[in-house]
Design a protein around this ligand. Structure first.
Ligand code: URA
Length: 295
């Protein structure tokens, strides 16, 4: 896709979203969309694949039935999965189309001005397991990829210990931009509730496209971003929750484990991950069961 095609694609998409948001404000909950429009919307310009000739409707053919899709939801509304692509390529194209929109997002002007990169998410578009963190840090902002700093390296180790590769799962954050820290050269800050609410619809769309079997929420802020204020991560970790029909395992953020190196805390996260493995039907060996019991 050349730059001007990419720009006009994004402009068109933004105009469509604006129009849908205006409709939603007027109380419209559904709009009729043809299957072809839907397919085109899921693929960015240049990525849209034409159906094989045999499947293309002829000029005289009866127009295809109209599918009904919900107008873009505000956070908290139920995910409608009826329009979610079922196959790998459809999911990949839908994620790429979404990524283009997120890259152009300027809803939080202060974050759009301070960011180096938008950190959309990475991994398998058809992942069975999705990890959700809070927001990019400095390294993630620099590289445009979530969980690549020290905490990210620990997350990668956890994933590998589960018998998976980083590219088997999907990794994303509640916030796609690094929270700014004006006047500070280093350090991170927690996203504000407004920033989280503004960005959450993008994560909802990612979940809707990927349709993971399980989400692991990493840390209290990720849990708060998904569910609003809860009892706090110490109380809720290790207990299954549910987000829009998807089972969620809340656990400690890997950054917490880097700060607190005790075996006991590592074991807690590992027990949470073993619950996840069991629910996914991944092999949990005696060796797995023995990790972090003694140093
Ligand atoms: N911490 C997070 O929550 N997300 C990242 O991407 C990196 C660190």
């Amino acid at each position: 896709m050349n730059n001007s095609a990419g720009n006009s694609y994004v402009e068109l998409l933004e105009a469509t979203i604006k129009h849908l948001e205006e409709l939603r404000e007027k109380g419209v909950k559904f709009v009729p969309v043809t299957q072809q429009t839907l397919a085109a919307l899921f693929a960015p310009a240049g990525l849209a694949r034409r159906a094989p000739a045999a499947q293309r409707p002829s000029q005289a053919a009866v127009p295809p039935p109209k599918a009904v899709v919900p107008v873009a939801r505000p956070a908290g509304m139920l995910i409608d999965t009826s329009a979610a692509p079922a196959d790998f390529e459809g999911k990949q194209a839908a994620l790429e189309a979404l990524r283009q929109r997120v890259l152009a997002c300027r809803k939080c002007q202060h974050l759009a001005e301070s960011r180096r990169n938008v950190v959309f998410g990475v991994g398998n578009p058809a992942a069975r397991l999705m990890f959700v963190g809070e927001a990019p840090g400095a390294e993630e902002d620099e590289q445009g990829e979530p969980f690549v700093g020290k905490a990210g390296q620990l997350l990668t180790k956890i994933i590998q210990t589960m018998g998976l590769r980083r590219e088997d799962v999907y990794i994303a954050n509640i916030l796609k931009c690094r929270p700014d820290t004006p006047g500070q050269a280093t350090g991170n800050r927690k996203p504000t509730p407004t920033e989280m609410t503004t960005c959450l619809p993008y994560l909802l769309e990612q979940i809707k496209i990927i349709r993971p079997e399980i989400i692991v929420a990493l840390g209290g802020t990720a849990v708060e971003g998904l569910f609003g204020k809860t009892q706090g991560i110490t109380k809720v970790r290790g207990q299954w929750m549910e987000f829009q029909g998807v089972p969620v395992m809340p656990t400690y953020h890997p950054a917490y484990l880097l700060r607190n190196q005790s075996l006991l805390e590592k074991r807690k996260v590992w027990e949470d991950m073993m619950q996840v493995m069991e629910r996914l039907g991944l092999p949990v060996t005696e060796k797995h069961r023995g990790y972090f019991l003694k140093g």
